[in-house]
Design a protein around this ligand. Structure first.
Ligand SMILES: Cc1cc2nc3c(=O)[nH]c(=O)nc-3n(C[C@H](O)[C@H](O)[C@H](O)COP(=O)(O)OP(=O)(O)OC[C@H]3O[C@@H](n4cnc5c(N)ncnc54)[C@H](O)[C@@H]3O)c2cc1C
Length: 398
């Protein structure tokens, strides 16, 4: 088997690389504390957010927020492999790129939305003008998502929404909730759920911050009090939302900052090369060498899974078990990489970025805390294993 890219793909890779190097602010990659797989690093600095906004606008102008979408909908008409090449390079440089609407909502609308919905929403998403947050979880519904209680009741051409969502990542900096609500309480739980988009600015929406383990405002709890939403915002058919969300979750599980693992690993390895202990570089220590070699293998395996899912999408297949495998494997990798970083750095490992002795600007201790949540968001590791056991191995439902 030959895993090499073809000439067109190689040329695109070079184009992406050169764009990133030209357009990213100076030293962005080195200064950015983002941990691959982590959630807790939304910036609260206005200057940084303005830079992110400017960079995203440039991506949108090239159709690169939605690379694999057709030009008709504002994309760049490229293959999924090319999109994966793009994500790999972007995450390697810790560059800000897609979000819920471009990576999850848009692709789901493409599959299940009406033609009118596609024409209305997809170009706006591709231009970066309609940003979504995921309004799935509720205080009593996480893994058992089909038990959601938020209600959407028909009223003429509208739906009236009442209920509460929680853990809405980036809800406070998004435009629309990509939401599931119960539209029929009298059928089996998963048969009475509808998927729709709700404007954050609607009357009756209240967004309250929740601080995460890294001390960052990334989560929110969001209350819906008699919120009126036009029925035309329903994705696909009413009461079929559960099936659409299962596909949307597969798209979410494919969003892997694969290049970020490689970059961070290279930095940790470099640290081991440059740091001496008892007069010897850390790379001479057999225990450190073992840990680094083990990490290198896992990163290589993650890359294989990553390219495989992109290849499947180009074949018209929706990676389902593969999405769960990729999500499970890479979130565990996120945690193992943080552990390895801590072990390589020894006593210097836990020093945070404000310490003058901190190495790698304190990225490792921040990632060490941040990566815990990677194993929970987008479905916990246990849920991914359940999916793999049931759909992949054909084992009975527990
Ligand atoms: C960083 C982060 C970002 C998030 N972002 C969002 C977001 O933007 N929007 C959103 O809607 N939600 C978001 N979530 C919420 C996330 O989807 C839920 O936390 C997750 O689905 C788990 O639900 P729970 O927290 O209610 O835990 P529970 O479902 O109560 O699970 C508790 C424990 O029991 C285990 N468990 C539960 N059921 C089973 C089972 N059947 N078999 C085996 N073990 C089981 C779980 O694995 C877990 O260890 C986010 C969460 C995190 C951590």
């Amino acid at each position: 088997m030959d895993f090499r890219f073809n000439e067109k793909e190689e040329a695109f890779r070079r184009e992406v690389e050169s764009f990133i190097k030209t357009e990213l602010p100076a030293n962005w990659t080195e200064k950015n504390i983002y941990w691959p797989g982590g959630y807790g690093t939304l910036s609260e600095f206005e200057e940084v957010n303005t830079q992110i906004e400017q960079f995203r606008r440039k991506l949108a102008e090239k159709g690169w927020l939605t690379i694999s979408w057709s030009k008709e909908y504002g994309g760049a008409g490229r293959t999924n492999i090319e999109q994966a090449i793009f994500h790999e390079r972007m995450s390697y440089y810790r560059a800000p790129g897609g979000e819920v609407a471009t990576l999850i909502g848009g692709p789901t609308i493409m599959l299940f939305g009406s033609d009118e919905m596609k024409k209305e929403w997809l170009p706006r998403i591709a231009r970066g003008e309609a940003r979504f947050w995921l309004a799935y979880s509720e205080p009593n519904s996480g893994s058992d998502l089909a038990s959601i209680q938020t209600r959407a009741v028909e009223d003429g051409d509208d739906l009236i929404i009442n209920g509460q969502k929680i853990w809405g990542t980036a809800a406070h900096v998004s435009h629309y909730a990509w939401m599931i609500a119960r539209t029929d309480p009298n059928v089996a739980p998963h048969r009475g759920i509808t998927l729709l988009m709700v404007d954050n600015q609607s009357s009756g929406v209240t967004i309250r911050p929740l601080m995460n383990i890294c001390g960052t405002h990334s989560f929110n709890e969001v209350f819906f009090d008699n919120v009126r939403v036009p029925k035309k915002n329903i994705v696909g058919e009413k009461n079929k939302g559960w099936y659409y969300v299962m596909v949307a979750l597969d798209f979410e599980r494919l969003v892997i900052p694969i290049g970020g693992f490689k970059r961070t690993f290279e930095e940790i390895t470099e640290y081991a090369r440059e740091t001496k202990h008892n007069g010897q570089p850390l790379t001479q220590n057999p225990l450190i060498r073992n840990k680094l070699a083990a990490m290198a293998i896992e990163i290589e395996v993650a890359y294989m899974f990553f390219w495989q899912t992109a290849w499947m999408l180009d074949k018209g297949l929706i990676p389902n078990i593969e999405a769960s495998v990729l999500k499970l494997f890479t979130t565990q990798l996120s945690q193992k990489l943080a552990n390895t970083g801590m072990q390589v750095m020894g006593h210097y490992g836990p020093l945070e970025r404000n310490s003058k002795w901190a190495s790698l600007i304190g990225r490792v201790p921040a990632g060490y805390m941040d990566c815990i949540s990677a194993l929970v968001g987008a479905g916990t590791s246990e849920i991914q294993r359940n999916i793999i056991a049931m759909r992949g191995l054909g084992l009975p439902r527990p």
